[in-house]
Design a protein around this ligand. Structure first.
Ligand code: NAD
Ligand code: TDX
Length: 337
């Protein structure tokens, strides 16, 4: 494998993967295909060597462009997506186009040229789980868990996963799928929970917690996600689904209180706001298959320390997020959040 196309490589998790490749795999050339939507940012790839990384600004729905790039690739790693649940509740249309039709466009090109394809997906395709019982016991998602998505975002991702499965079975496409839990780390768009709260505090705005804050997310550092994707791309079994998670379950209130403490604010210095409609209660990943079959394990096992580094990054990179802050908050305010 020498030439990899990374779609969505100017977004949060995709750009982290591109950095990971450049730093760890000197023989690989990456072509990033990214539309640079509101969530994509050239700055996420700044400083990377031009002879190793090429950014092609374009749409995964552009079948001619996709055909041209895929024809020269050894593998495609598909991150590009509309990724925010709250946006999907306001206007599902781009989610259907990019996440479903865009994936279809890539699958057809990979089928035509017999190119290895890895599909980046989310644990949200499985719906949600009840909170743990009083003894702390609770179910987790497994690769065979039933698909049961809740939002336009998660149902569009579930649809794309099913297309991949069908292309493997019907056309013999050499594909794998990974479903990862909630990522955190630098370069995450400030519409998302953790960066929104950090940049609120840095901007003198009170953090906003949906509902009562008891919803649980299973946090993983985005660097650990990138390492897992690399393992699956190279060692994963064709046709298989791998779940990526780092045993990072925390409820939103706990995470927010940790951010407030790390930023020297009082633990109750936030607002409870309108809940998200259809808000998934709990996500939790069983990543045994990935750990046992491919030998992956997370390196970022201390969430508080990872969070502290993330806070430091947003504090030091105001120029990366400041210009967008008021627009993002105005959109939330219009929605009562
Ligand atoms: P992001 O919104 O930060 O980045 C998405 C990128 O895709 C942007 O650079 C954007 O410009 C690009 N893009 C959007 N539409 C496009 C199109 N039509 N053509 C080309 N490029 C387009 O998203 P993220 O949080 O980095 O998520 C990346 C992937 O990982 C998504 O597939 C998402 O479903 C999945 N995922 C995310 C998480 C998470 O916690 N954020 C967890 C699990 C899985
Ligand atoms: O201001 C907020 N207050 C709040 O309480 C925001 C923006 C969110 N929340 C809550 C909603 C969720 O329970 O925090 C939790 C995390 O919210 P998001 O950051 O929007 O993430 P989530 O909806 O869990 O989805 C994320 O993980 C799975 C990514 O955005 C998806 O792309 C990924 O598939």
């Amino acid at each position: 494998m020498k030439n990899i196309v990374v779609t969505g490589g100017a977004g949060f998790i995709g750009s982290n993967f591109v950095h990971y490749i450049v730093e760890n795999h000197p023989d690989i050339h990456v072509t990033v295909l990214d539309k640079l939507t509101y969530a994509g940012n050239r700055a996420n790839l700044a400083g990377l060597p031009e002879d190793r990384v090429r950014l092609v600004v374009g749409d995964i729905l552009d079948a001619n462009l996709v055909d041209e790039l895929v024809s020269k690739a050894d593998a495609v790693v598909h991150y590009a997506a509309e990724s925010h649940n709250d946006n999907s509740l306001i206007d599902p249309s781009p989610f259907i186009q990019t996440n479903i039709v865009g994936t279809y466009t890539l699958l057809e090109a990979c089928r035509k040229y017999d190119v290895r394809y890895h599909h980046i997906s989310t644990d949200e395709v499985y719906g949600d789980l009840p909170l743990r019982d009083s003894e702390g016991n609770g179910a987790k998602f497994e690769p065979e868990s039933r698909y049961n998505p809740s939002s336009p975002y998660s149902s569009s991702k579930a649809s794309s996963d099913l297309l991949v499965r069908a292309w493997v079975r019907s056309f013999g496409l050499r594909a794998t799928i990974s479903n990862c839990s909630n990522n955190y780390g630098p370069y995450q768009h400030i519409e998302k929970f953790i960066p929104r709260q950090i940049t609120n505090i840095l901007s003198g705005i009170r953090p906003k917690l949906y509902g009562s804050g008891t919803n649980v997310r299973d946090w993983i550092h985005t660097n650990d996600h990138s390492r897992a994707v690399w393992s699956i791309l190279n060692k994963g079994k064709i046709g298989e689904t791998y779940l990526i998670g780092a045993n990072g379950e925390k409820n939103n209130k706990e995470v927010l209180e940790m951010i407030l403490e790390l930023m020297n604010k009082s633990k109750d210095d936030y607002d409870l706001v309108k809940d998200r409609p259809g808000h998934d209660m709990r996500y939790a990943i069983d990543s045994t298959k990935l750990r046992e079959e491919l030998g992956w394990k997370p390196e970022y096992t201390d969430f508080k320390s990872g969070l502290k580094h993330t806070i430091d990054w947003y504090t030091e990179h105001e120029d990366w997020w400041k210009a967008e802050k008021s627009e993002v908050e105005a959109k939330y305010a219009k929605n009562g959040q």
